[in-house]
Each structure stands twice: as C-alpha cells, then as structure tokens.
Design a binder for this molecule. Structure first.
Ligand SMILES: C[S@@+](CC[C@H](N)C(=O)[O-])C[C@H]1O[C@@H](n2cnc3c(N)ncnc32)[C@H](O)[C@@H]1O
Length: 219
C-alpha cells in the first residue's frame, strides 16, 4: 500500500503546510528496506512504544509528554494527522516522537525482534459492513507481523466502538495464543484504562456500541 499523502477531510491550513515543509524531515522515519535502529533513533531511551493509526495524534502526543523516557513511533498515512502530530511535537517540545507517514506494516517488518514495550491500536478503521471485514487491520496475519517485534511481557492495547470488530478482534487475539488478555474483572474492558487519553475519533462516538478496551500481555 503506497498511502502516504492520503488526503480527505479538510485541506491543510497554511500553518500545517509550513510544518509539513519545514519539520517533516526532522521527525519522519526515512523510507528504506534496512532494519531500524531504535536506540540510535531515540538516544538515551530504553523503552519503545508504537501507535498504529494515530489519527489526530492526541493520544500519541499526550503519552509522549507523560512518558519522556520512552521513544514513541507513530504511524499514520493521512496528511492532516501527520501535520497535527508535527504541531504537537513542536508545541510540546518533545524529543521522543518519530512519525512514519505511511502504512505501519512495512515499518513493523523493519523493526528488530523483541524491541517494542507497548503497542496501541486505538479505534482502527471499523470497516463495518460484513464484506469489508477482510480489510480490518487486526487479523491473524497482522498479529504474526507484530508479535515477534514485541518483547515478552510487553503490552498491547486495542480499542473500538464497533461491536463486530470488538468480538472479532478479541477472538483473533485470544485464539492466537500469544496474547494474554488482561481483564482484571468481567467488566473492566468497558472502562477506559487509567492511562488512556481520549482520541478525536473516539469522542465522535460513530460506532454502534460503547468503546471497549482490551489490554494484552505478550507471551
Ligand atoms: C478510525 S481512525 C482512528 C484514529 C485514532 N486512533 C483515533 O482514535 O482518533 C483510524 C486511523 O488508522 C489509520 N490507518 C489505517 N490503516 C493503517 C495502517 N495500516 N497503518 C497505519 N495507519 C493506519 C487511518 O489512516 C486512520 O487515521
């Protein structure tokens, strides 16, 4: 998928255009086939997190500000989201965020094994119609790409407000066998985790159910 530069929604504002022209090269991860060196990318950081499909970057920027010892890679092909991320990085003066303005999967393939401490898949594109389900990100083949890159004991968070995606994703994670569902009580997946930061998409409440939150520990 060659998706960088996907537009949609509003055109970029003049400030966003300037950010893209002047700052993208500073914070983007370079294209290429070579393996990523996360220690070189984030000097002095010892933990590395990944957010796939950061949308308007609210969650990624807030997590980066709250966790300055962590290096965070965010993936998002949409121009507007990338511009928002660059704005957030600059406004918050962050030194621990890098963006991949494209499909996350080829980037994940370039990561060394067992390098990630956390991953977030928050409100991924719902593809609600049955015939569209095959386009959903969380599928067995995606877990096979992601799992080897996560450290044993690392955490992965998935959230959605689409019931069929919640059911399908939970089944996919649990039946994979390498993702231990951390449901502390029968109901805790109904509440946002304490360290969650509300996203723009989440607050639109476009789905057909209340948001659900699934945290997993990597086996
Ligand atoms: C429904 S939006 C949610 C955005 C954000 N997580 C939020 O909660 O506001 C899903 C986002 O995932 C992005 N996305 C979809 N497939 C992706 C992929 N393979 N790699 C990276 N981002 C992807 C889309 O561009 C979109 O911005």
């Amino acid at each position: 998928m060659r998706s960088f530069g996907r537009t949609g929604g509003r055109p970029l504002s003049p400030r966003q255009k300037t950010l893209m022209a002047e700052k993208l090269d500073t914070y983007r991860i370079a294209e290429g086939d070579g393996p990523l060196d996360l220690c070189a990318m984030f000097p002095g950081k010892e933990a590395f997190w990944l957010e796939i499909g950061f949308g308007g970057a609210e969650h990624m920027i807030a997590q980066a500000a709250q966790n300055p010892d962590v290096g965070i890679i965010g993936c998002e092909p949409f121009l507007e989201g990338i511009a928002k991320a660059l704005g957030g990085i600059e406004e918050t003066d962050l030194n621990n965020v890098r963006v991949w303005p494209d499909d996350a999967r080829p980037l994940i393939a370039r990561m060394p094994d067992q390098c990630l401490d956390r991953a977030f898949v928050l409100f991924p594109d719902p593809w609600p119609k049955r015939r569209q389900h095959k386009r959903r990100l969380v599928q067995a083949d995606f877990l096979s790409i992601l799992h080897p890159k996560m450290k044993p004991g690392a955490r992965l968070r998935f959230a959605t407000d689409v019931k069929s995606y919640a059911d399908e994703a939970l089944l996919t994670f649990v039946s994979d066998g390498r993702f231990e569902w951390l449901a502390a009580s029968p109901d805790d997946w109904r509440c946002p985790p304490q360290d969650h930061v509300t996203t723009r998409y989440e607050s639109k409440r476009l789905g057909d159910c209340k948001p659900v939150w699934f945290d997993f520990r990597i086996r």
